[in-house]
Write a protein that binds this ligand. Structure first.
Ligand code: 8YV
Length: 312
C-alpha cells in the first residue's frame, strides 16, 4: 500500500470502493460525520482526490486541501471539477476518455431511433392492452435523414460513424472547424439546426455551452425535428425545450441528461415523442469496469511517476 493519502469524495461501485481501499490509503469523505471539521483537521494530509463526474471537486474542496497534487475522476466530463483553479495551483486532473465512446455513441443512436420511432411509447401502448383496439399511430423514418452533430469530439465522431451506417448526411458544429474531419462544418448553429432533421448534442458541459440549445435553435430544428442529448443537461435550456415540445414547435427529444438530475420535468413523462433515460450513457458492465480501471491507472501513474495519464 502506498503512503499517499487519497480522499474519495463520493461512493462509486462496491467493487471500486473495495479495490481503492485494498490498494491505497483512502478516506471516504462522504462518510465523515462533520465534513468541515474533518477537512479542517486532516485536509492538509491528502495529496490525491478520487472523485466522479457526479461527485465533482469544487474550488471549496481544493481550498480545504492545501497539499493536493492530483484529482482523478471517474467519467469523461470535467464540468463538475474546478479544472482551471486546479491548473493554476499546479494540481493535475485526470478523467476517463475514450473507454466510454462506444457505449455513449450506441446510446445516442438508440435514443434517436427510440424517439423517432416512438419505441418507449409503443411499448407502453402494447403493455396497456391498447393494441387490442387498434394500431399504433405512424411515426418518422430514421435512415437517410440529415444529422447535425453539436460537438464533433471523440464521442461525436463515433456517433457520426454509426449514423453513416444508416445512410445519414452528416454535418457538425464546433467552435472551430476540425481540419481532420471530412464532414461538413457549419459555423452557424442556427443554420445547422435549420438543415438538420436530427440534432445530437455531444459537446462538453460547463459555462461555455450552457443553454447553447435555446428556444431559437429548437424552433430552427422545427416541428419534425428531434434533439438527442447525451452530453450534459445544462447544454439545453430545459424550460424552453418543454415549451417547444408542448407547443409542437419541436418534433421530439431523446434525453439521457437533465439540468437538475435526478429531477426530470414531469411535463415530459406523458409525451409519446420523448424518450427519457436516467443518465445511462456509459452504464454497461464492460465500460464502467474500463472506466474504473482507468481511474486506478491514473492514480498509480501519478503516485509512481508524478504524471496522470489522461487529463481533460
Ligand atoms: C457517468 C458521465 O454517469 O463520463 C461522464 O462524464 O457523465 C458518465 O459517464 C458519470 O461519470 C458518473 O459519475
Amino acid at each position: 500500500m502506498s503512503k499517499t493519502r487519497i480522499l474519495q469524495v463520493g461512493p462509486l461501485t462496491e467493487r471500486f470502493n473495495q479495490r481503492i481501499a485494498r490498494e491505497h490509503d483512502v478516506t471516504p469523505l462522504w462518510q465523515q460525520a462533520d465534513i468541515p471539521a474533518f477537512l479542517a483537521e486532516q485536509g492538509a494530509s491528502f495529496e490525491v482526490v478520487a472523485t466522479s463526474a457526479r461527485a465533482g471537486c469544487k474550488v471549496e474542496l481544493i481550498d480545504a486541501l492545501p497539499n493536493l497534487k492530483a484529482i482523478c475522476s471517474f467519467g469523461v466530463g470535467a464540468d463538475s471539477i474546478a479544472v482551471a483553479e486546479a491548473r493554476q495551483r499546479g494540481i493535475q486532473v485526470s478523467v476517463t476518455p475514450d473507454v466510454l465512446n462506444d457505449c455513449v455513441a450506441d446510446l445516442a443512436i438508440g435514443l434517436l431511433i427510440d424517439t423517432a420511432r416512438q419505441l418507449p411509447a409503443s411499448d407502453r401502448f402494447l403493455r396497456e392492452g391498447k393494441w387490442l383496439s387498434g394500431n399504433y399511430p405512424l411515426t418518422r423514418k430514421v435512415s437517410g435523414k440529415n444529422l447535425g452533430i453539436v460537438g464533433l469530439g471523440r464521442i461525436g465522431k463515433d456517433i457520426a460513424k454509426r449514423a453513416a451506417g444508416f445512410d445519414m448526411s452528416i454535418r457538425y458544429h464546433n467552435r472551430r472547424q476540425d481540419p481532420e474531419s471530412a464532414y461538413g462544418y457549419e459555423a452557424d448553429l442556427l443554420a445547422l439546426a435549420r438543415w438538420a432533421d436530427f440534432l445530437v448534442l455531444a459537446c462538453p458541459g460547463g459555462p461555455a455551452t450552457r443553454h447553447l440549445i435555446d428556444a431559437e435553435v429548437l424552433a430552427a430544428l422545427g416541428p419534425q425535428g428531434i434533439v438527442v442529448n447525451i452530453s450534459r443537461g445544462t447544454v439545453i435550456d430545459e424550460a424552453a425545450l418543454v415549451a417547444a415540445l408542448q407547443s409542437g414547435a419541436l418534433g421530439g427529444a431523446g434525453l439521457d441528461v437533465f439540468e437538475a438530475e435526478p429531477k426530470v420535468p414531469e411535463a415530459l413523462f406523458a409525451m409519446p415523442n420523448v424518450a427519457l433515460m436516467p443518465h445511462i450513457g456509459s452504464a454497461t458492465e464492460e465500460t464502467r469496469l474500463a472506466m474504473e480501471n482507468l481511474v486506478f491507472d491514473n492514480i498509480r501513474a501519478f503516485i509512481d511517476n508524478g504524471e496522470v495519464l489522461t487529463p481533460p
